[in-house]
Design a protein around this ligand. Structure first.
Ligand code: NAP
Length: 253
């Protein structure tokens, strides 16, 4: 098992990529602290993981924009499991697809707060615990949109927040490599989740066709990439924006 005995925080665990990652990490033996706002979904997922009978999971509902919540997730991990070995800081929103000139400032601020400021707050809370252990792996879920854009219009705040996560990741990786903490970003391509248009056939078709592989990812495929970054298999990987994007960033225009 790739994560046996490791304690890992997963945010955005109530849905999509985060929920798939939680199932996979638990199957790989991790002790999980699951975060998101919706407690019913977190409770159901925690119960499923208990039934699967491999790793362990507890949950704490909250908003990733809240600094106290970021700290509470770390405190819970240390209190229940004694260590903090990894964090999959994955919660995020896409927001409305509108040209920047038509975007209200409040919408811009919300997307930056949920996607980018939350990444800063999460790392700020997680790094001291990992520095004490002199080990840890932090992964931000960025996006191909923060790297190559993929030719998509109407996503300026989302693109800025996801590119910002890559810049933040690189700065943190440089600051903490000597502390034994690896910090990377995972850049999924279009993935079939509620945020990725799940249930909306025309959107799924359109997005699938943007990818050279002519399909979108299953959330479990993105979870596998996150597993690599959180496990010791990636022991020499830090400061890396890792694409798992079905080739969308190398497609011909
Ligand atoms: P999703 O199914 O909509 O899941 C988003 C998760 O984020 C949910 O668990 C949601 O939980 C949580 N979340 C949103 N706002 C939050 C807040 N303020 N506080 C706490 N939790 C919050 O979407 P997904 O596709 O799995 O997205 C996961 C990550 O992948 C995001 O960062 C997204 O940008 C990124 N991504 C997705 C795709 C794609 O095509 N799907 C592609 C590239 C990157 P609650 O609503 O319960 O709070």
């Amino acid at each position: 098992m790739e994560l046996h005995g490791k304690t890992i925080i997963v945010t955005g665990a109530s849905s999509g990529i985060g929920a798939a990652a939680a199932r996979l990490f638990a199957a790989e033996g991790a002790n999980l602290v699951l975060g998101a706002r919706r407690s019913t979904e977190l409770e159901e997922l925690t119960a499923k993981i208990a039934l699967d009978g491999v790793g362990a999971a507890i949950f704490l509902p909250g908003d990733v924009k809240d600094e106290a919540y970021a700290q509470a997730l770390v405190d819970l991990a240390l209190d229940r499991f004694g260590t903090l070995d990894g964090a999959f800081n994955n919660a995020g929103i896409v927001g409305e697809m509108v040209p920047a000139a038509d975007m209200p400032l409040a919408d811009w601020n919300e997307i930056i707060a949920v996607n980018l400021t939350s990444a800063f707050l999460a790392a700020k809370a997680q790094i001291p615990a990992m520095r004490k252990q002199r080990s840890g792996s932090i992964v931000f879920t960025s996006s191909f949109v923060g790297y190559s854009n993929g030719g998509l219009a109407g996503m300026s705040a989302y693109a800025a927040s996801k590119a910002g996560q890559i810049g933040l990741m690189r700065a943190l990786a440089a600051e903490h490599a000597a502390d034994g903490i690896r910090i990377n970003a995972l850049l999924p391509g279009g993935t079939i989740t509620p945020a990725g248009g799940e249930g909306n056939a025309p959107v799924l078709d359109f997005v699938a066709n943007l990818h050279p592989m002519k399909r979108m990812a299953d959330a479990r495929e993105i979870a596998q990439a996150a597993l690599f970054l959180l496990s010791d298999r990636s022991s020499f990987v830090t400061g890396s924006p890792m694409l798992a994007d079905g080739g969308i960033s190398v497609r011909l225009a």
